[in-house]
Design a protein around this ligand. Structure first.
Ligand code: 4AZ
Length: 324
């Protein structure tokens, strides 16, 4: 009987300490049980007596209380933190979205973009309007906004000829690099959607970038991403957005308008929206960020007016390169 008690008590101790350790590891909350564990080890032959000592019970309660406090503080901090991300996004390694680039004007980050070939990057037209190619550069292959990866100068930039500034119709632009990229696990192109492909509503897609973490907040230093859903045009037009014109030919909506939900924000513009491994959209515009009733608006890459222009440009230069 006594032996059975001892075994039970040992199991309890091991599982309690084991659990505490698990929690500690998974949440990176550190608490030192070694003193208690050492004492338990010394007293293991008389484990019940050891556990029943008031001193031990007090100590255990105290330690458990500390652990609980730390966990509560940690949970509150992460909850607070999560409202500060891409706007409800999560920290994301560049290796998960290796096509993502950071577009800079005189080293100041202004927009996102996507690698579509070794020589060409896709972004939003409105990201290219204010600057000359000489003032632009890109950082790629890094999860951090301000360091790591590689910086490349830009040789040429192009804005869609039918881009309309005040309505953001055909909001797409292309960037040509001086020399082809060396691809790696952190620098890879993304396949662009097929021309005229049928786009479905309620499809999951990943949006990423170093844009603002909340509407009038700071921007991310570490890459953020979030899974959002494509929204049927009929529904989108009934959202809070309908005060502003949504051009169904060159735009589509994604995100949510029934509750505050993940959304792109200022600085994410030009960045990718990827569904099932295919680039379907470019972050274009919205009214504020993650407000609930205003989903994000993305450039519709399946639109032949947009698709033909992109392919026309990138294949014209690869033909020219072939003849060199
Ligand atoms: C912007 O200003 C911007 N919530 C981009 C996306 C959204 C809002 C603003 C979508 O670049």
């Amino acid at each position: 009987m006594k032996v059975a008690y001892r075994i039970c008590a040992l199991i309890i101790i091991i599982s309690v300490f084991g659990k505490a350790k698990e929690v500690v590891v998974s949440h990176k909350v550190e608490i030192d049980y070694s003193e208690l564990a050492d004492e338990a080890e010394i007293n293991k032959h008389n484990i019940l007596e050891f556990l029943n000592k008031t001193r031990v019970q007090e100590k255990y309660k105290r330690l458990f209380g500390t652990l609980l406090n730390k966990l509560t503080t940690y949970t509150k901090a992460t909850r607070r933190g999560s409202t500060r991300r891409i706007v409800f996004g999560v920290n994301t390694s560049i290796a998960a979205v290796p096509w993502q680039v950071s577009l800079r004007e005189k080293t100041y980050p202004i927009c996102g973009g996507s690698i579509i070939t070794a020589l060409w990057l896709l972004t939003a037209a409105h990201c290219l309007l204010r600057s000359r190619p000489n003032d632009l550069s890109v950082r790629l292959g890094s999860s951090w906004k301000t360091h790591g990866g590689e910086m490349y100068d830009i040789k040429e930039s192009y804005v869609h000829p039918k881009y309309i500034r005040n309505t953001k119709v055909n909001d797409v632009g292309l960037i040509k690099l001086y020399s082809p990229l060396r691809f790696s696990a952190r620098v890879l192109p993304i396949r662009m959607v097929e021309k005229g492909a049928r786009m479905l509503a309620d499809q999951a897609a990943i949006v990423s970038g170093w844009g603002k973490l909340r509407e009038s907040g700071p921007s991310a230093t570490f890459l953020q991403s979030s899974t959002i859903m494509t929204i049927a045009m009929k529904l989108c037009r009934h959202s809070g957005l309908d005060r502003n014109p949504i051009d169904p030919a060159s735009m589509f909506c994604a995100g949510s308008f029934s509750q505050p939900a993940p959304d792109a924000c200022q600085g994410d513009s030009g960045g990718p929206l990827v569904s099932e491994g295919v680039l379907i959209g470019v972050v274009s515009w919205g009214l504020g960020c993650a407000r609930g009733n205003f989903p994000g608006v993305y450039t519709r890459l399946t639109n032949p007016v947009i698709w033909d222009w992109v392919y026309g440009l990138i294949s014209r230069t690869s033909r020219t390169n072939n003849t060199l």
